[in-house]
Every structure is written in structure tokens, then in C-alpha cells.
Design a binder for this molecule. Structure first.
Ligand SMILES: Nc1ncnc2c1ncn2[C@@H]1O[C@H](COP(=O)(O)OP(=O)(O)OP(=O)(O)O)[C@@H](O)[C@H]1O
Ligand SMILES: *[C@@H]1O[C@H](CO)[C@@H](O)[C@H](O)[C@H]1NC(C)=O
Ligand SMILES: *[C@@H]1O[C@H](CO)[C@@H](O)[C@H](O)[C@H]1NC(C)=O
Ligand SMILES: *[C@@H]1O[C@H](CO)[C@@H](O)[C@H](O)[C@H]1NC(C)=O
Ligand SMILES: [Mg+2]
Length: 414
């Protein structure tokens, strides 16, 4: 009896011993796989991502140039002398613009510049030419107008030009210093700065420009979108704090307001300027939300007014695919082998496809609320996104689609 029992006991023991060993082995394999994939993901996502060391060095060079009298600006003192503006973190990829978050009197702000070094921008050759003589205001007006024409393809009235100059420069009577002129010139070479400045008083859908130092301009800090976030914009952080432990209803209400503000932005960019403003790089990361839930275009490097858009689109082609410029498409005329200058899709179509579709359809499944209007809205968003696939571009269909979305969002709001 006892001999026959022993193997049984042993068998059980072995089982007991083997199970945790096997579990350990699985766990070890699992950890190994997770560790490797996360290293891989980290490498591929953060390849060329900015570092704190590099960004601080950029500021150090900026302040060095400021102290040397090479450049200036209304926030240079705060950044370089009183230190009321301090580095917080950097937000850019190496190949992109330099985008740095700082705290200014404990408020977050964003500093931006296309290039890291002041010396990398073109010099204003008037400064070399007229070593001694002072530069006349009329020359400044002329040069600024030419630069705006180059950057945005717009003819500006010379009354608009003074608006482009930073506030403290605008109402000045004595002539500009070399550092002031050189700094302004480096800013004028940045299309995004010029566009933000031109639209400051005309649009709430661009960030407020709060000042500058050398080639860096300061804009308000906003809640930027993220493709991976389940609601694209961290809606939870935007919800009015008094509505905390926010119900789904409140979150949906917030998403609804954001979608309405997107529609408002579309209308505004289409109708309210002397030319239609086309957005050719539409993704959640390039938009942000202000605390009053206004949608703001924070990256306008790929935003073009109609005349410049036509220039960009009008290329040689053999097929329609040759006429795609990021999110802005036109058609190939096979007779002349030239793309049509007129854009064939619209801001609305691309926003439906790249913002509304993820916002209302693929993501947010955990937030789903069963409301009769929801399925109608989903269908309307799908139809709108598919317009570009079917090549529908006529004005009437676009208008009907816009109004359908607008009415559904408004109805839901009530
Ligand atoms: N005003 C702002 N408030 C908060 N975050 C901002 C602001 N401006 C930019 N950012 C953040 O910095 C990121 C990069 O800014 P931006 O898109 O202007 O630079 P970029 O170099 O053109 O980027 P990319 O080429 O990848 O689109 C944004 O995606 C956003 O997350
Ligand atoms: C900026 O200037 C620094 C020092 O002058 C130099 O080392 C660096 O290569 C420059 N960067 C660029 C992009 O020109
Ligand atoms: C504006 O520019 C026009 C030419 O484009 C010029 O004739 C006119 O004098 C300028 N006005 C001012 C105030 O400089
Ligand atoms: C486009 O085509 C024309 C004639 O077919 C040619 O002269 C021109 O150089 C081409 N332009 C480009 C950018 O390829
Ligand atoms: Mg961007």
C-alpha cells in the first residue's frame, strides 16, 4: 500500500513544484517580451525627440545673444534676467519647430521658433548696407509687406503692417535699434508667426501671441489634442472643475461643444477673411482647446490662403494622386497634364475624417451613451467622411452636410 502510494504523492508533489516553475517561466517570457517591445516602441516613438539638455542650451544661447545686444524682445528680461519665465519641458521632434513649455509668473506658456539659432535666420541686409544711417520707417513698412507677401502670398495694406510689429515697437517714435530690427526680421521669416499676428484681432481660433524674445515667440498654453487619447482632447481636464466626478452626460456635453467649435472654425476660415484659409495638415495634435472650449489651430505651418494654395496645387501631373498635397487635394487635368489650381476637397471633409470620426465613432466606446441622436450623428459623420472617397465636392452637398452636422449637434445640446 505504502509503496503504491509513494509515486502518487511524488506525482502530486511534482505537479505542485512544476506549476509555479512553469508559471515563473511564462512570467519571465512575458516580462521579456514586454520589456523588448516597450524598448522598441520607446525607440521608435521617441527617436529624435527633444531633450531637456538640448532645449536648455537653446535658451542659454538665446540669453547669451540678448546680453550681447544681438537680439531683443519684450520677454527677454523675464527669461534671461529676472527669471520670471523658466523652462518647464520641451514638446518637439528634432526635425520640427522648437516648441518649449515654460512657466511665466507661474502660468504655463509656449515658446516657439522654426530654427534653434538666431544666426540661422536671414539677416536684414539693410542693416549691413546702412551701417551708420538710421533706417526709415517707410523702408521697414516696405520690407515687412514684401515678407508677408512671400510668407503668406497676401498683399497687405501698409496700414496692416504696423500691427505685425510687437506692441512695444508699434507706438515708438524714435528709430528702431539694430537688435529690434534683427529680432523682428527673424520673426517675420516664420510663416506661422506672421499668420498668428495677422489674425490676432480677427480670430479666436488662433492662439494669443503674448510676446517674443529674439526669434522665439510666446503663445498661450492650451490643452493640445493627442491621437492616442480616447477623447482626442483630454476632455476630463477641460470639464468645468465645479462639475467634477463628471458624469458621462457632462463629458458628452463637452465633446459636443468642442465639435460645434470645430464647425465654427470651419465656417470662419472659409468666410471671414479676404481669402479662404485652407488647412492641409489636420490631426488632433495640431489643434488645442481653450478653457472656454474654443477650438484653436496651434500649428498653421500648413495653412494657406487661397492664392498660395492655388500656387502650391498647380503642379505637373499624370494622375490625380500627383495632385495631393498632404490633406489638400486637387485633380489632374490629363489634357494639359497640370493639376487644377482649385482645391477639390475641403476643410470640413478632412475634419470629419480625421477628427470627428475618431471622436464619435472609433474611440469613446466606454463613454457610449444611448441616445437616439447619437446614431444619427454617427451616420452623418460617416457620410461626411466618405464624401472625399466618392469625390463629392459640389458646394451644395458640402453645405447640406455642414448643416446636418450642425443641427444634430445643436439638437443634442438641448
Ligand atoms: N499653444 C500650445 N499649447 C499647448 N501645447 C502646444 C501648443 N503649441 C504646441 N503645443 C504642443 O507641441 C506640439 C508641437 O507643436 P507644433 O505642432 O506647432 O510643432 P511642429 O514641429 O509643427 O509639429 P509637427 O511637425 O509634428 O506637426 C503640439 O502637437 C502640441 O502637443
Ligand atoms: C547652433 O549654434 C551652436 C553654437 O553656435 C552650434 O553648435 C549648432 O550646431 C547650431 N545649430 C544649428 C542647427 O545650426
Ligand atoms: C502705402 O503704399 C502705397 C504704395 O503701395 C504708397 O503710395 C503710400 O504712400 C503708402 N502709404 C503710407 C502711409 O505709407
Ligand atoms: C512641367 O511641365 C512643363 C512642360 O510640360 C515643363 O516645362 C516644366 O519644367 C515642368 N515642371 C516641373 C516642375 O517639372
Ligand atoms: Mg504639429
Amino acid at each position: 500500500m505504502s509503496t503504491s502510494r509513494t509515486p502518487g504523492v511524488r506525482h502530486i508533489r511534482l505537479k505542485i513544484v512544476r506549476k509555479p516553475a512553469f508559471a515563473c517561466f511564462l512570467l519571465w517570457i512575458g516580462c521579456w517580451i514586454i520589456a523588448n517591445t516597450s524598448i522598441y516602441i520607446h525607440r521608435s516613438i521617441f527617436a529624435g525627440y527633444c531633450t531637456e539638455e538640448k532645449s536648455k542650451r537653446i535658451f542659454a544661447r538665446l540669453c547669451h545673444d540678448y546680453k550681447q545686444g544681438v537680439l531683443t524682445g519684450d520677454v527677454c528680461d523675464d527669461l534671461c534676467v529676472t527669471q520670471t519665465m523658466v523652462y518647464k519641458q520641451c514638446l518637439y521632434y528634432d526635425k520640427g519647430k522648437k516648441v518649449i513649455q515654460a512657466d511665466w509668473n507661474s502660468q504655463p506658456v509656449i515658446l516657439k521658433s522654426k530654427l534653434e539659432n538666431f544666426s540661422s535666420y536671414d539677416r536684414l541686409y539693410l542693416l549691413d548696407e546702412r551701417e551708420t544711417r538710421s533706417i526709415q520707417d517707410i523702408d521697414i513698412l516696405l520690407f515687412t509687406a514684401l515678407e508677408v507677401k512671400r510668407a503668406l502670398g497676401l498683399e497687405v495694406k501698409n496700414t496692416t503692417v504696423p500691427q505685425l510689429w510687437a506692441k512695444q515697437l508699434k507706438d515708438k517714435r524714435d528709430s528702431y535699434s539694430r537688435a529690434e530690427l534683427a529680432s523682428m526680421w527673424s520673426l517675420l521669416q516664420q510663416e506661422e508667426y506672421v499668420l498668428f499676428r495677422l489674425l490676432q484681432d480677427l480670430s479666436k481660433h488662433v492662439p494669443r501671441v503674448m510676446g517674443s524674445c529674439g526669434h522665439f515667440y510666446v503663445v498661450e498654453y492650451l490643452t493640445a489634442g493627442h491621437a492616442w487619447h480616447h477623447s482626442l482632447f483630454s476632455v476630463e481636464t477641460l470639464v468645468n472643475p465645479s462639475w467634477r466626478d463628471s458624469s458621462r452626460k457632462v463629458l458628452w456635453r463637452t465633446i459636443n461643444e468642442i465639435a460645434l467649435s470645430f464647425l465654427e472654425l470651419i465656417r470662419h476660415f472659409e468666410n471671414d477673411f479676404s481669402h479662404h484659409l485652407h488647412l492641409c495638415d489636420i490631426k488632433p495634435e495640431n489643434f488645442a482647446i481653450r478653457s472656454d472650449l474654443t477650438v484653436v489651430a496651434i500649428d498653421v505651418d500648413m495653412a494657406f490662403f487661397e492664392p498660395k494654395m492655388r500656387n502650391i496645387l498647380e503642379q505637373n501631373c499624370t494622375a490625380d494622386e500627383d495632385c495631393n498635397f498632404f490633406d489638400c487635394f486637387s485633380r489632374c487635368n490629363t489634357k494639359t497634364n497640370k493639376c487644377t489650381a482649385e482645391r477639390s476637397n475641403s476643410n470640413l471633409q478632412v475634419i470629419c475624417d480625421k477628427i470627428f470620426r475618431p471622436l464619435f465613432i472609433s474611440k469613446l466606446s466606454e463613454l457610449r451613451m444611448y441616445h437616439p441622436l447619437q446614431s444619427q450623428l454617427r451616420n452623418a459623420v460617416l457620410r461626411c467622411s466618405e464624401l472625399s472617397i466618392h469625390g463629392v465636392t459640389d458646394k451644395k452637398t458640402m453645405e447640406v452636410t455642414f448643416l446636418e452636422l450642425y443641427d444634430l449637434l445643436k439638437a443634442w445640446q438641448r
